[in-house]
Ligand binder design. Structure first.
Ligand code: SF4
Length: 181
C-alpha cells in the first residue's frame, strides 16, 4: 500500500485534533473528486513499518483524539490487507483513541469487512457534486453518512433524537447521552 500524506494535527476529518492518513488507490472515481491523483495505487510513498511506528508515536499525546483514514479509499481490498493489522495494533496499543474511516463505498456493501471491527466511525458513500454542501461537518456531500459502528447509530439520527429528548426533558436527554456515549 502507498500513501499520499499524513497530517499530524488535522481538525477537518473528525472531532478533536487527529492524525490523518491518506492512503493511495481508489476505484470509485467520483466525478468532482478533489484529489484524483490519489486514485492511482502507486501514488505517494510506500507504507512501511517505520511509517506505522511514526503514526503510533504521533497518536500518543493525550491531546490527540484519534486516527482518521482517508484516501484514495481505505476499503479497497489491497488497502484493507495492510490497514487491518495496523488498526489492530492501534487498538491494542492505544485503545483510548477513536478511529474514523472515510470510504466511497456504501456501508451496506462493505459491512462484513473484518477491518470494520477496528473502526469506530465510518463516513460512507461517494462524493456527489450535486449533493455538495460546504456547511456539513466532516463530509463533503449530503448523501454521505456518519455511521457510529460502536452503537449501530447513524450519528445524525442520534443528534436528532438527542435534540428531541432534550426539548421534552433535559434530564431525559442527559440519561440518553449516558446510554449512548
Ligand atoms: S471515494 Fe474519495 S478519493 Fe475516491 S473518487 Fe470518491 S471522493 Fe475521490
Amino acid at each position: 500500500m502507498n500513501y499520499g500524506a499524513i497530517k499530524k494535527t488535522d481538525i477537518a476529518n473528525g472531532p478533536g485534533v487527529r492524525v490523518s492518513l491518506f492512503v493511495s488507490g481508489c476505484r470509485n472515481h467520483c466525478p468532482g473528486c478533489f484529489q484524483p491523483e490519489t486514485w492511482d495505487f502507486k501514488y505517494g510513498e510506500p507504507f512501511a513499518s517505520k511509517t506505522e511506528d511514526m503514526i503510533i508515536e504521533d497518536l500518543r499525546p493525550a491531546w490527540i483524539q484519534g486516527l482518521s483514514l482517508l484516501g484514495g479509499d481505505p476499503l479497497e481490498p489491497e488497502n484493507q490487507e495492510v490497514l487491518l493489522p495496523f488498526l489492530k495494533r492501534v487498538k491494542e496499543e492505544l485503545p483510548e483513541k477513536d478511529v474514523w474511516l472515510y470510504t466511497g463505498y456504501i456501508y451496506e456493501h462493505v459491512k462484513d469487512a473484518p477491518i470494520l471491527r477496528f473502526v469506530d466511525i465510518l463516513v460512507d458513500g461517494p462524493f456527489i457534486g450535486a449533493e455538495k454542501d460546504v456547511s456539513l461537518a466532516f463530509r463533503g456531500s449530503r448523501n454521505q453518512r456518519i455511521i457510529d459502528l460502536r452503537n449501530g447509530w447513524l450519528v445524525e439520527e442520534y443528534m436528532k433524537e438527542r435534540a428531541d429528548r432534550f426539548m421534552k426533558d433535559p434530564r431525559e436527554g442527559e440519561s440518553f447521552d449516558q446510554k449512548i456515549l
